[in-house]
Design a protein around this ligand. Structure first.
Ligand code: FES
Ligand code: FES
Length: 166
C-alpha cells in the first residue's frame, strides 16, 4: 500500500509503483473529474496540481511522488464550484462538451496562483491544453475576468439565448 495526500486527505492506495497518478486518482480514489485524453502528456485533460504546480497526471508514476506531495484535483478546488476560476468559467459559459475543462481549470488556477496578473504570453505559455471544441477564446476571457474581478472586463461579450448579455 502507498499513502498519498489528495485533496488534503491522506489515502492508502494499492497500485503498482509505475501506475500513472491519473489512474490512481480515477480508479483507486474514484475522482473522475480528472480526464484521460492522450495518455502522453500532450493534451492536458488529466491536469492536477502537485504541490501547487499544474501537472499532467497521466505521465507521473505513483512512485515518483515524494512522501509529502500534496495532490489537488478538480474535486478539491472547492466543495461547491465557488472557486473564482470556476465561477468565471460558469459565468462565461466556457465549457462546451466539457471533457477538457477540468484540466483547463486546473492549469488556469495554477497559473493565477503563480502570477496574479498574467500577460498574454504567460497565458500562452501556461494554457497549452487541447480543446477539441475550440473553447480557447473563452478560456482566455475567463482568465482575464478572474484577474479583473469584473466579468464585463473579460474582453468577450456573451450573448445569451434569452437576449441578455454579459
Ligand atoms: S491524458 Fe494526460 S496529457 Fe493527455
Ligand atoms: S470543451 Fe469540449 S474538448 Fe474542450
Amino acid at each position: 500500500m502507498t499513502q498519498i495526500n489528495v485533496n488534503n486527505t491522506v489515502r492508502s492506495v494499492d497500485a503498482e509503483a509505475d501506475t500513472p497518478l491519473l489512474w490512481v486518482i480515477r480508479e483507486q480514489l474514484g475522482l473522475t473529474g480528472t480526464k484521460y485524453g492522450c495518455g502522453m502528456a500532450l493534451c492536458g485533460a488529466c491536469t492536477v496540481h502537485v504541490d501547487g504546480v499544474a501537472t499532467r497526471s497521466c505521465a507521473i508514476p505513483l512512485a515518483s511522488l515524494n512522501a509529502t506531495a500534496k495532490v489537488v484535483t478538480i474535486e478539491g478546488l472547492s466543495a461547491d464550484g465557488s472557486h473564482p476560476v470556476q465561477k468565471a468559467w460558469a459565468a462565461l459559459d466556457v465549457p462546451q462538451c466539457g471533457f477538457c475543462q477540468s484540466g483547463m481549470i486546473m492549469a488556469a488556477t495554477a497559473l493565477l496562483r503563480e502570477k496574479s496578473h498574467p500577460t498574454e504570453a504567460d497565458i500562452d505559455a501556461a494554457m497549452t491544453n487541447i480543446c477539441r471544441c475550440g473553447s480557447y477564446n473563452r478560456v482566455r476571457a475567463a482568465i482575464h475576468a478572474v484577474v479583473s474581478g469584473k466579468l464585463s472586463d473579460a474582453g468577450l461579450k456573451i450573448q445569451h439565448v434569452d437576449g441578455s448579455s454579459t
